[in-house]
Design a protein around this ligand. Structure first.
Ligand SMILES: [Zn+2]
Length: 156
């Protein structure tokens, strides 16, 4: 089997942060690492699920909504994928991610899509868990000046 691109980055070199993982034609995948890989820290399902509902909704209502292809959790529970069209610059992606995190922190009320009609497991949602993780991640992003690629990570 050919090794897929996301297995080719040395995960020992990854820290919390945001990375440009891959480009496929005009589609770019960003990895939002909330947790350092293999550190023992992972997001629990309720936190991950709620962040998925909140950030997906805010991303799809943001200035780059027409360029958002997908937002969703990583199976390894250390973060999320944000997939956008290449016309959105890295700076704009970073700005947008910070914006939607802030919107989640400021949000009061029902989690978006928290109903049996809209979600496959709507009882496993908790806004406070999501806010705590988003707040910590926003602090991490304050130190990120430029989004680096996984090739940059492998070469350092
Ligand atoms: Zn759901």
């Amino acid at each position: 089997m050919k090794k897929i691109k996301s297995f080719q980055v040395d995960h020992r070199k990854l820290d919390k942060g945001i990375y440009l993982s891959r480009k496929d034609a005009d589609v770019v995948t960003y990895d939002m690492r909330f947790c350092k890989p293999n550190s023992g820290e992972v997001l629990d399902n309720v936190t991950m699920h709620t962040i998925e509902h909140m950030l997906a909704t805010f991303a799809r209502n943001s200035d780059v909504r027409n360029e958002v292809i997908y937002f969703g959790p990583m199976g390894c529970q250390t973060g999320f994928y944000l997939i956008v069209r290449d016309i959105v610059t890295k700076d704009r992606v970073l700005e947008t991610v910070k914006m939607i995190l802030k919107q989640t922190l400021e949000y009061e009320g029902e989690v978006f899509g928290a109903s049996e009609i809209e979600c496959g497991n709507y009882k496993t949602l908790d806004l406070q868990c999501a806010k705590k993780a988003c707040s910590e991640y926003l602090e991490v992003l304050k130190n990120v000046k430029d989004i680096i690629t996984y090739d940059d990570v492998n070469n350092r």
